[in-house]
Ligand binder design. Structure first.
Ligand code: PEP
Length: 258
C-alpha cells in the first residue's frame, strides 16, 4: 500500500512566534517514533529557514524527517531577471522536499495556466523537489458536468511535459468550491474523481498505482478518516486545519491507522 502523505498548506499565514508554537506542538504530537505516513508543511517563503530547523530536529533514528518542509510555489525558471520569484535551486538550499504547484489560488489570482503549472512541476523535478500538482474544478464547472474533463485537462498538461518522470509527482485533487469554504466533497465524490485521475495516470505509466493522489478541500479532524479510507485517496492537503496543531495531528492520526 502507498504510504499516505498529509501536507499542510499554511497559505499566507503565520509569524515567527506563532510558527514556533505550532511546530513545537506538532513535533511533540508526532512523538519520537517512525511514522506510518509522511507529514509535511508548505510554508511561506520567508519561513523556510525557520521550518528547515524543525525538519532537521524531527529526524527519526533512520535519519528521515518526521516533518518535511514544503514550499507553496516555485519558479518555472532556473535563474535570472524574474523579480519576486524563487527558484528550485534556492528552495533546495533550504532543504525543501515538496512544492505545491498550480494551487487554485495561484491559478485564480496569478493567472497560472495549465502550461505554466506543467513547467513549474518540471522545474521542481529537475531541482530534486517533489511537486504536489493541484487540480480541481470550480462550482460552475461541477454543475455543468465538466469535472472529469477539467481535471483531466489540467493533469494532461503535466503528463505531457513530464511524461518520463510522472511517477515522481504527487497529485492533489482540490475541488475549488471546497477550499476554505467548509464544504467538503463527499468521500464518494472525491473517490470518483481520484479514480478518474488514477486511470489517466495509468495510461501514462504502468506504475501509476504508486503515485500519491491527495484530497484537499476543508478536510478536518471530523471528516479525515472517511475520506482517507477511500481506495484512491492517498493523503490530504490541508489548509485551515493545518494551522491548529490538535486538528492537524488528528488528521495525521487518521492517516496513521489506515
Ligand atoms: C488548501 O488551501 O489547499 C486547502 C485545502 O484549504 P482548506 O483545507 O482550508 O480548504
Amino acid at each position: 500500500m502507498t504510504k499516505k502523505l498529509i501536507a499542510g498548506n499554511w497559505k499566507m499565514n503565520g509569524n515567527l512566534g506563532a510558527n514556533a508554537q505550532l511546530l513545537d506542538a506538532v513535533l511533540e504530537g508526532l512523538g519520537g517514533r517512525a511514522l506510518a505516513c509522511d507529514v509535511a508543511v508548505c510554508v511561506p517563503a520567508p519561513y523556510l529557514l525557520q521550518v528547515q530547523g524543525y525538519q532537521d530536529r524531527s529526524r527519526d533514528s533512520s535519519g528521515a524527517p518526521r516533518l518535511w518542509l514544503g514550499a507553496q510555489d516555485i519558479s518555472r525558471h532556473e535563474s535570472g531577471a524574474y523579480t519576486g520569484e524563487v527558484s528550485g535551486r534556492m528552495l533546495r538550499e533550504f532543504g525543501v522536499r515538496f512544492a505545491l504547484v498550480g494551487h487554485s489560488e495561484r491559478r485564480q489570482y496569478h493567472g497560472e495556466t495549465d502550461e505554466t503549472v506543467a513547467l513549474k512541476a518540471k522545474a521542481a523535478l529537475s531541482a530534486g523537489i517533489t511537486p504536489i500538482v493541484c487540480v480541481g474544478e470550480t462550482l460552475a464547472e461541477r454543475e455543468a458536468g465538466q469535472t472529469d474533463d477539467v481535471v483531466r485537462r489540467q493533469l494532461a498538461a503535466v503528463i505531457h511535459e513530464n511524461g518520463h518522470c510522472i511517477t515522481e509527482i504527487v497529485v492533489a485533487y482540490e475541488p475549488v468550491w471546497a477550499i476554505g469554504t467548509g464544504k467538503t466533497a463527499s468521500p464518494e465524490q472525491a473517490q470518483q474523481v481520484h479514480a478518474v485521475l488514477r486511470a489517466q495516470l495509468g495510461v501514462a505509466s504502468p506504475a501509476a498505482g504508486g503515485i500519491r493522489i491527495l484530497y484537499g478541500g476543508s478536510m478536518n479532524a471530523g471528516n479525515a478518516a472517511e475520506l482517507l479510507a477511500q481506495p484512491d485517496i492517498d493523503g490530504g492537503l490541508i489548509g485551515g486545519a493545518s494551522l491548529k496543531a490538535s486538528d492537524f495531528l488528528a488528521i495525521v492520526g487518521a492517516a496513521q491507522v489506515l
